[in-house]
Each structure stands twice: as C-alpha cells, then as structure tokens.
Design a protein. Sequence first.
Length: 409
Amino acid sequence: MATASTAAARQQIKDFVFEWEGRDRNGKIVRGELRAGGEAMVNATLRRQGIMVSKVRKRRTSAGRSIKQKEIALFTRQLATMLKAGVPLLQSFEIVARGSNNPRLTRLLTDIRNDVETGTSLSSAFRKHPLQFDSLYCNLIEAGEAAGILETLLERLASYQEKTLEIKAKVRSALVYPTSVLIVAFVVVSIIMLWVIPAFKDIFKNFGADLPLPTLMVISMSETFVQYWWAIFGILIGGSYMFMQTWKRSERMQMGMDRLVLKLPIFGELLHKASVARWSRTLSTMFAAGVPLVEALDSVGGASGNRVFQVATEQIQRSVATGAALTTSMQTTGIFPNMVLQMSAIGEESGSLDAMLGKVADFYEAEVDEAVKSLSSLMEPIIIVFLGTLIGGIVVSMYLPIFKLGQVV
C-alpha cells in the first residue's frame, strides 16, 4: 500500500512544469524548463548544476496542440544531426526543445531530457511516451545504445520516418481528391434540390401542359429531398459517425474493411503496394539495426498500416520462431508478390536480407509514386464525366419543358 501511495505521489509531482531563468558559472543568462514538485526543488536542482536562479514560474501543462508524426520525424533528424556533430545528448535535447514551436513537444522533450539526466536510459525514457514513440522507435534506440551507434541508428530512423510519411502523403493525396469532389458534388446537388428546382416547379405550374418524364422525376426527387432533408442528412452524418466508431472499436470490422480496400478495382492495387513498401522498409530498418528477426517482426505488422498485413506478420512470426525460413513463411500468407518473395529468398541465402528488403521498399515506393500519378490522370476525366452527367442531367431535365414550349409556339 505504501509503495502504491508513493508511486501515485510521484506521478502527481510530474504534473508540474516550471520555467526558470538564471545565470550559469560564466555569468551567462540561461533559461529552461524542469519538472519538479515545487519551486524549492527546482532551486535545489539548478544550484547543483551551478546555476544561480533569478526567476521560477509554474506553467500549466494543458496548452499546445497535439504532437504530429511529422514533428517527431523532424526531432529525430535534428537529434541525429547534432549527435553526429559531437553535441552532447542532453544539450541536444535542450536545443531541439527550445527550437520547437509546439509547447507540448517542448514539454515532452524536457521530460525525456530530465529522465536521462537522472540516469534513465534513452530508450526507457522514450518508452514512457508510447503515443509519440512506438515499439519500433524504442527498439531501434535500444539497439543503438547497446551497440554504441546511437547517432547512426537515429539517422537511419529519421530516414525511415521521412520515407514512411512521404508514402502516406502520396496515398492520402490519391484518396482525398476523389473524396473531396464527391462531397462537393453532394453539396451542389443538395442546393439544387432544395432551392433551385422548387423555383422551376413554381414556374412550370403556369405552363398548362404535361411535363416530360425526366422533369417529373427530378421534381419528385426534389420534393422528397425538401420534405425529408433532415432525415437524409441525419442518416449520412449519423451513419458516418457510427461507422467510424464501430471501425475504431471492432477488430473484425477493421480486418474486413482492410481486406475489402485491397480488393478495390482502382485503389486496391495502390494500397497493396503502399503496404508492401512500408512492411519491407520497416523490416529492413529493424534487421539492419541488429534487432533479431523474431523480435523485429513485432513492430513490422503494425507499421504496414493494414490489418491484413498485421495478421499475416503475426503468422510469419510464429512460423519463424519455430525455425521456418522467412521466405517460406511469407509465401504461406499469400499476400506478398512473387518479386518480394524472390528478393527475400536471395537476401536469406546471401546474408543480405536488410539490403534486399531495402531494394524492395525502394521499388514499391517508386511504384506507388507512379500509381498516384497515373491515378490522378485517370480520375480527372472520370470525375469530369461524372459531374457533367449529374449536374448536366438535372439542368437539361429542368429546361426540357421550356424547349418543348418553344417548339409549340
């Protein structure tokens, strides 16, 4: 009970962040942040470091936007660059923290720096923040500390994160464009149905003639839309919300949706190539860092971004743990292209698995780049035809009675 109370008290102490200002032994003004239980502890800690404190202020810890993956990648690159230039680890953390525009990232790096300063290993300090640093990140840092090549692995990790973010951005750009066009099309059609067509309907009442079938169909749809617009929008918004909540909580639904997207006629191939590229890049980076294959596979599945690959990786891990070859285990899953299997087999036979998987990742990243360009070129005429047919069909339907009246006159 006493141990639990002590742990809870320490956790509560960590909720206070103090900004301080003072002068070092050379009389130079220095500033920084420190987590402590009170101002007295801050003063005592800084005095031990030879700093004469002139100002201490407690700061609330809730300010600042969330930390993005791009900011973590930039921090990793900066830290690798400074360590390679010979800057001490603690000073590197302090420099990066001061240069950040995100207060949450500044506090995060200050916390890690303070943990390392008190004797905690860098990988253990990172593991305290799993939302920002996943198991792959921490495993690579731990391997770098053990082998004494921390700056090299940080540089490799930064390159890996940058490539991963790049491929994510390409896939996102390919998916966002058609999605945004569909949303705009729905908004435009809604405006036409709610306001434009009812105005035409009032005009047609004075014609005293039968309306063409297309016009009657559009007017009927407009009347339904005007009468039940609240239900239509409610179903769309509520359905989307329920879908997202169910998708987040149900592993079975995630598996089904990820399996479905890989079978889509146009986007499926792109998403499959992107998953293969990320899977290969992650395993190559982990294996090159000296992480054992079975342990490396722990982080590979989740990094692929697809539940199908994650489940397949778990199957591969179990098979490799029993002594099976990696290529044989990959082949039994049925989700890897022949080119990946052949390169993996060559890498196993030659003892250069990391290099071969790196080449696979380079190849499929280039394939994703080409697929995104081709998809953009293909989607533009399809979207133009779709919007032209939809909007043009409605406009022509509403002008048919006017044309008919003109012929009668």
